[in-house]
Design a protein around this ligand. Structure first.
Ligand code: ATP
Length: 594
């Protein structure tokens, strides 16, 4: 398939902000795509080469990209750099430079490029793949040569998208959910098949595989879709309630209450002595935790298994649990051995999704727990999550107090009914969390996505003074603003913010961001932080829940402060939702009335 077909669709996707139109464009594209490369087309459209969990990322440095553009066009590095400074976008700079290209490539010379030989999707994909995989000595030169070779066959418009892709900045704003819709409509007869498509995605976290199954085996293939060791299962999530009474009522009068440990969620996949660890947002974090891998290798008695645990930092001297933030020190490429000594971890196991050929996601929770307790050999650093079977409000409250005084965030209360299956990728009422902060503060901490920033003044001149933050609206797949946050940041945070946000800077508002304010700098929605405020108020300036309570007013957080928690374990779509915020607002009103 010609790469130009992809590029035409990308251009049209970029010119719309309407999800329906985007879906239509995708359907058109997928129907035109030969089945054997449908997975590649999907990854490319998401600006990647593989599903996220594989961990092979594009993202070559701007400097290298500039050299490749210069090489392919015969322009000087200075000329490319100046163009980039003027336009501010590496893709547009490549397009403009290549449109004026001085040296025609050899193929051009023979009348091949531009006219005869056209770039194919396969060629673009395989070259990008080689670029991504080239490492070690001399790799920079190899990457540049490969990229320049590709560009010398590319039309200026194709060059624009190749450059954005290779630098990790292709941000078409096509969400996973939009791709699932498009697959259901294009190949399964319509939206009715969407739950089946979504189930396959929830069990594999791989849209490429799902697309392949859909085009090659149709609905039957989806029905037979299986859990596979090595492909992360999208996590089951908890709803929230604020009192023991409500929780018990919701769970039919009894539940198993488990400590809610304050660490990083880990989904461990074991196959023989091979172990892979995935984070809550399904990144491959195996290399951050060699010690946790050893625990899985030695303490899980099964040839193949998928289990879930909370990985908690512990004090090496006392064995006591340490706060979640300490795990940040384990998120590094180098010096893991040292970090492992300074910040050791313990695993608290709470679920079991697959053991030796048996898919347990369809089994009720008591059964999964029973299997887990059979395959886990408990030890110093590996225990089952502490739990209690409860059917009494007072008992639940007491257990909650106990969890908090033991250093936990609270409890996760789990349903014991026959239908308490593992709901991959869903936040549902089979698990209900009961957190300490819900009880003491008017507004509990919320997770927000940073979508923009405003320049600071005085001491913060030249730095970001405030961050524009948004909550997530899953119904329309949009991020809607809720506050500007400027306090709670330490000097260290302030230093770190620009660096952390730099890869996401955009020269315009991202299509999935809904804002009435005009930020000085816009970001693509990627980074999640936790904030706390004094209360939720109505505000005409913000777009979260706009019109839901009062005409022309959205919800805003009053006196928002950063709590110090960078939620690196969360995707932007895992931020607090508009619906949750509305519920909190209503709850707050009730409390005030009481
Ligand atoms: P939060 O921001 O409250 O951690 P979340 O969105 O990450 O929430 P939820 O499903 O709402 O996730 O809350 C459950 C989280 O609590 C899990 O993702 C997991 O990391 C953690 N956790 C700690 N102990 C347990 C446990 N015993 N059972 C389930 N989850 C647990």
């Amino acid at each position: 398939m010609d790469y130009s077909v992809l590029v035409d669709v990308y251009e049209r996707i970029e010119s719309t902000t309407k999800r329906l139109e985007m879906t239509e464009l995708l359907i058109g594209l997928l129907k035109k795509t030969p089945p054997q490369i449908i997975d590649k087309v999907i990854y490319l459209t998401q600006g990647r080469l593989y599903p996220e969990y594989v961990g092979i990322e594009l993202g070559i440095a701007e400097k290298l990209a500039i050299r490749a553009i210069a090489m392919a066009s015969g322009s000087s590095m200075d000329a490319v750099e100046n163009e980039l400074k003027k336009i501010g976008d590496i893709g547009l700079a490549a397009e403009s430079i290549l449109a004026k290209r001085k040296v025609k490539s050899i193929l051009d010379f023979f009348g091949a490029a531009g006219g005869g030989k056209k770039l194919t999707v396969e060629e673009v994909y395989s070259t990008l793949d080689r670029i991504a995989r080239t490492t070690g000595e001399g790799s920079q030169d190899t990457k540049i040569t490969l990229l320049a070779g590709l560009l010398s066959h590319a039309s200026p418009k194709e060059a624009k998208y190749i450059l954005r892709t290779v630098t990790g900045r292709l941000r078409l704003g096509v969400a996973d959910m939009t791709i699932l819709d498009a697959l259901a409509i294009a190949f399964c007869g319509g939206k009715d098949a969407r739950p089946l498509v979504e189930r396959a995605y929830n069990l594999s976290s791989d849209l490429g595989i799902v697309a392949k199954v859909v085009v090659e085996e149709g609905i039957e293939g989806l029905k037979n879709f299986k859990v596979t060791v090595g492909r992360p299962i999208r996590p089951m999530l908890a709803e929230r309630l604020t009192s023991a009474q409500e929780i018990l009522a919701k769970l039919g009068g009894k539940c198993v209450a488990e400590y809610k440990y304050d660490g990083e969620r880990i989904q461990a996949h074991k196959s023989g002595s091979n172990v892979m660890l995935f984070s809550r947002r399904l990144e491959n974090i195996t290399h951050h935790y060699p010690d946790a891998c050893d625990i899985i290798r030695n303490n899980i008695k099964a040839e193949e298994a998928i289990v879930e645990a909370e990985c908690v930092a512990i004090d090496p001297d006392t064995g006591e649990m340490r706060p979640f933030q300490e795990l940040m020190h384990r998120r590094r490429k180098y010096g893991i051995e040292q970090a492992m000594k300074e910040y050791p971890v313990s695993l608290f196991f709470f679920d079991c999704l697959y053991v030796d050929g048996v898919d347990l996601t369809v089994e009720p929770y008591p059964k999964r727990r029973e299997v887990l307790s059979k395959i886990l050999i408990e030890g110093d650093r590996a225990t089952m999550a502490k739990y209690k079977l409860v059917d009494d409000v007072e008992e639940l409250e007491q257990f909650f107090e106990e969890a908090v005084s033991d250093g936990c965030e609270g409890l996760v209360c789990k349903s014991l009914t026959q239908d308490s299956i593992y709901q991959a990728g869903a936040r549902g009422w089979l698990w209900i969390k009961f957190k300490r902060s819900y009880q003491s503060k008017l507004v509990e901490p919320i997770d927000v996505t940073v979508v923009g920033a405003f320049w600071g003044k005085g001491k913060r001149a030249g730095k970001y003074g405030e961050l524009l933050c948004a909550v997530y609206d899953p119904d329309s797949d949009m991020f809607r603003t809720v506050c500007k946050v400027g306090s709670g940041f330490t000097d260290e945070d302030l230093e770190k913010i620009p660096e952390t946000l730099k890869p996401y800077v955009m020269d315009h508002k991202h299509p999935r961001v809904d804002s009435r304010m005009k930020a000085d700098v816009w970001f693509s929605p990627e980074v999640v932080i936790e904030i706390i405020g004094d209360e939720i108020t109505l505000s005409p300036l913000h777009t979260a829940g706009l019109g839901a309570i009062k005409k022309d007013a959205g919800l805003a957080i009053r006196f928002p402060r950063f709590t110090g928690r960078w939620r690196f374990d969360k995707k932007p779509e895992d931020s607090t939702t508009v619906k949750e915020l509305l519920e909190m607002y209503k709850l707050q009103l009730k409390k005030i009335e009481a």
